[in-house]
Design a protein around this ligand. Structure first.
Ligand SMILES: Cc1ncc(COP(=O)(O)O)c(C=O)c1O
Ligand SMILES: N[C@@H](CCOP(=O)(O)O)C(=O)O
Length: 419
């Protein structure tokens, strides 16, 4: 494992006349009141924004269940909830044995209400939308964000608009957006093109953007990190050495890094105990891996992307300026895996009862590859994040699993097949 070089900044001074929460530019440090205007990026330099709090969270303040257990680290006490979070941290004894690490747990975010981690972001994001008094919520999506936005928007009684890359979104996700009554527009372009359009609409005030460029979305997703640390520590009295996660728009990587930094700055977590954030992308959509391997400060946008793991078919990860330091400063790394390796990992998870969509299995495929290459040590305690449920992408599940066998309507015919 690379040495940890986490830079946990001192808590910055809050802006004047603030109520304990503000937004701050990660590039120039400019601060903004959180709810006086709609902004997604810095007015001055265009940098990404992060939510900041006058009071940082401590473990003993966390109470209740799910995302809102962590309200001490969120902008509100409660949100528009279904409810979300409190997902299982599965033990995987057979997978652990075959990968060859000391401990392996799988944090299955597919067990959220709409079947992916996006619900954690939406419970906070839609609450903020209400605070701002907006009417129309929108996102670009490879599928899961649209399903979550549609459901949480419906819960809040708000209008939702989703832009999807035509022909590249798994059936379960479109079905969700459709039934929750989102207006669905299929764009002749990839996810990144859809996000360009939604950003333009948001800049013109036509819609309120709820992709992970919205800093409040990431506040909700930050709670994945708190939950992992709390549960792992309760079970073993230690923290995981490494968290391996699929990377698309890089929101989760940024969010987990923020969770750890807040705990370090609050004096609740030792720098040495911060898990190494390890990102996994599909070979056909791996701009973050390229940047990590090249030691680049910026990610090069890939115009052509392709993978069976459609959720992470993304060429321009907008959270890269937050996520690259997250990987580097925690001593992590990034790796690309093939679609065949992803499908093998999906089967291995399913063989131990955990059903995930292809993008989710990328975390396990990446761990296996890094272990085989000796980058991950046999003595490591690892958590893999699985981000979406198997039923999201039924076609991929059928392709990875065995076909049903026809049989006559007769017990002997069934017995004959079993012999
Ligand atoms: C199932 C699934 N896994 C992983 C990702 C990647 O997450 P992130 O964009 O936070 O990197 C996404 C969406 O981007 C997703 O839908
Ligand atoms: N996989 C995502 C892509 C969009 O990511 P976001 O976190 O920026 O909303 C999806 O499900 O659409």
């Amino acid at each position: 494992m690379t040495d940890l070089v986490l830079d946990a900044p001192a808590q910055p001074a809050p802006p004047e006349a603030d109520d304990g929460t503000w937004l701050e530019c990660i590039d120039c440090g400019e601060q903004f009141a959180p709810f006086d205007a709609i902004r997604y990026t810095c007015d001055d330099c265009g940098g990404l924004l992060e939510a900041r709090y006058a009071d940082l969270p401590t473990f003993d303040e966390f109470e209740g269940e799910g995302v809102w257990r962590y309200s001490a680290a969120l902008p509100f006490e409660e949100g528009v909830s279904l409810p979300e979070g409190n997902t299982p941290l599965h033990e995987m004894p057979r997978l652990r044995e075959s990968v060859g690490v000391n401990r392996l747990r799988v944090k299955h975010e597919g067990m959220n209400p709409t079947g992916s981690f996006k619900d954690r972001g939406m419970t906070v994001g839609v609450r903020v939308a209400r605070e701002l008094g907006v009417e129309r919520l929108a996102c670009a999506s490879t599928g899961n964000t649209s399903a979550a936005l549609a459901a949480y928007g419906a819960r809040a009684g708000m209008e939702t608009l989703v832009l999807l890359p035509s022909g590249k979104v798994a059936a379960g996700k479109i079905a969700q957006a459709s039934l929750h009554d989102a207006r669905i527009l299929e764009v002749d372009g990839n996810f990144d093109a859809c996000l360009d359009i939604v950003q333009e609409l948001a800049a013109d005030g036509d819609v309120y953007l709820l992709n992970s460029l919205n800093p409040f979305r990431l506040e909700g997703q930050k709670t994945i990190g708190f939950e992992i640390l709390e549960r792992f520590h309760a079970d073993y009295g230690t923290y995981p050495d490494r968290i391996v996660l699929p990377v698309g728009n890089a929101g989760n990587t940024a969010a987990l890094f923020k969770a750890f930094r807040e705990l370090v700055t609050a004096g609740e977590l030792d720098v040495d105990d911060v898990p190494a954030l390890t990102g996994v992308q599909a070979e056909g959509a791996a701009p973050m891996v390229e940047a990590i391997e090249d030691g680049a400060d910026e990610v090069r946008r890939w115009e052509e992307v392709e993978t069976r793991a459609t959720a992470i078919r993304i060429g321009n990860p907008v959270n890269a300026p937050k996520a690259l330091p997250g990987i580097r400063e925690t001593g992590g790394t990034a790796v690309a895996v093939s679609d065949a390796e992803i499908t093998d990992a999906q089967r291995a998870l399913a063989a131990e009862g955990v059903g995930v969509e292809p993008a989710s299995a990328a975390s396990v495929a990446g761990l296996r590859k890094l272990r085989d290459d000796g980058v991950v040590g046999a003595d490591e305690d690892v958590v893999c994040l699985t981000t979406g449920h198997l039923l999201k992408d039924p076609d991929a599940a059928f392709a990875a699993g065995d076909d049903p066998e026809p049989v006559a309507n007769d017990a002997d015919a069934v017995r004959a097949l079993l012999e």
